[in-house]
Design a protein around this ligand. Structure first.
Ligand SMILES: NC(=O)C1=CN([C@@H]2O[C@H](COP(=O)(O)OP(=O)(O)OC[C@H]3O[C@@H](n4cnc5c(N)ncnc54)[C@H](O)[C@@H]3O)[C@@H](O)[C@H]2O)C=CC1
Ligand SMILES: O=C([O-])CC(=O)C(=O)O
Length: 312
């Protein structure tokens, strides 16, 4: 099996590193447009094999899509990240053209590939990859909710002493500072509602800190995060290639689910060898439904930029 990662920057290289360590495929291809970068990072990762004990073959290439031929999964991280003070949405002007051409190139050599889209603004870039390639909706999945949910658990754990891995908590909606919806009402610590352990003030703080999780790191680091994004990509890739059928929130095309049509947005999805195999419905109360509809409106406005600028 072969897994391709496009973009050998911070997120792409971290994803390739995690995927290689977990031995999710015999071969990992890392591709970047910048001469030598993917080759160098691939060698660097390969040189950890003797120390960490894995056998994945990792190959770096400069824009050579022939080498990606026959990939089962391709992760798209190519494009620019935001700088402090920016929103993810501001990246659309640069990233849309990059994501479109990358998705089209991938499909030429891997007609059966499952695309995992990471580049921001992620929900719109996932919708773009779907429309540009015309492949089945189950094969185009956006990574955002898995990361946001991990950050949500981190924030809950800070206030409760719970281990993040002992928590069940998800974030739905858009992958944006104002569009994501951390579902605290439904979050549990080993099936006990986390709201039993948190004051209203703490709950509000957890939600606010989760929503600006990416922006907070961007301000601290000067560019956006990569360790947790890379881990989230690897976890979703693992669920696909090992057919684990894990439930992640992921950005998938909604055709009537959650009251939305023709939009990619974060909802709970079973991820397996068929990609996004099944959207799971969730009982949302009125307030959550209103937030979900507002989130969809914001993402739809972004998607409209694609048609207005004739990208799709
Ligand atoms: N969905 C999510 O949860 C997350 C999304 N992101 C997004 O992921 C993207 C990548 O972030 P970083 O890795 O930090 O950026 P980076 O700048 O470190 O790496 C991006 C890489 O893409 C390459 N690239 C640009 N155009 C290309 C093309 N046409 N073909 C192949 N490679 C190309 C660049 O040369 C660069 O090496 C950004 O858009 C960022 O906003 C980042 C973290 C989480
Ligand atoms: O914050 C950003 O721009 C990158 C990203 O999507 C995240 O880390 O959640």
């Amino acid at each position: 099996m072969k897994i391709t990662v496009i973009g050998a920057g911070a997120v792409g290289a971290t994803a390739a590193d995690n995927i290689s360590r977990k031995e999710l495929a015999e071969e990992v291809i890392l591709l970047d447009i910048k001469e030598g970068v993917a080759e160098g990072k691939a060698q660097d990762i390969a040189q950890t094999a003797a120390l960490l004990g894995f056998d994945t073959k990792i190959v770096g290439v400069t824009n050579d899509y022939e080498k990606t031929a026959g990939s089962t999964v391709a992760v798209i991280t190519s494009g620019i990240p935001r700088k402090p003070g920016m929103t993810r949405e501001e990246l659309i002007g640069t990233n849309a053209n990059i994501v479109k051409s990358v998705a089209e190139n991938l499909l030429k050599y891997s007609p059966e590939v499952i695309l995992l889209v990471v580049s921001n603004p992620m929900d719109t870039m996932t919708y773009l990859a779907l429309k540009a390639t015309g492949i089945a909706k189950n094969r185009v999945i956006g990574m955002g909710g898995a990361l946001d949910s991990a950050r949500f658990k981190y924030q809950i754990s800070r206030h409760t002493s719970a281990s993040p891995s002992d928590l069940n908590a998800i974030v739905i909606g858009g992958h944006g500072d104002t569009t994501m919806i951390p579902l605290i009402r439904q979050a549990t610590w080993n099936s006990i509602p986390v709201t039993d352990f948190l004051s209203q003030e703490q709950q509000d703080q957890v939600i606010a800190d989760t929503m600006v999780g990416g922006a907070t790191l961007t301000k601290l680091i000067g560019t956006s995060a990569w360790y947790a994004p890379g881990a989230a990509i690897a976890a979703m890739t693992e669920s696909i290639v090992r057919d684990q059928k894990k439930l992640f929130t992921a950005s998938v095309l909604l055709n009537g689910e959650y009251g939305q049509e023709d939009i990619n947005l974060g909802v709970p999805v079973i991820i397996g060898k068929g990609g996004a195999e099944k959207i799971v419905s969730l009982n949302l109360n009125e307030e959550e439904q209103t937030k979900f509809a507002a989130s969809a409106d914001a993402v739809r406005n972004m998607n409209n930029v694609l048609t207005e600028s004739k990208i799709i």
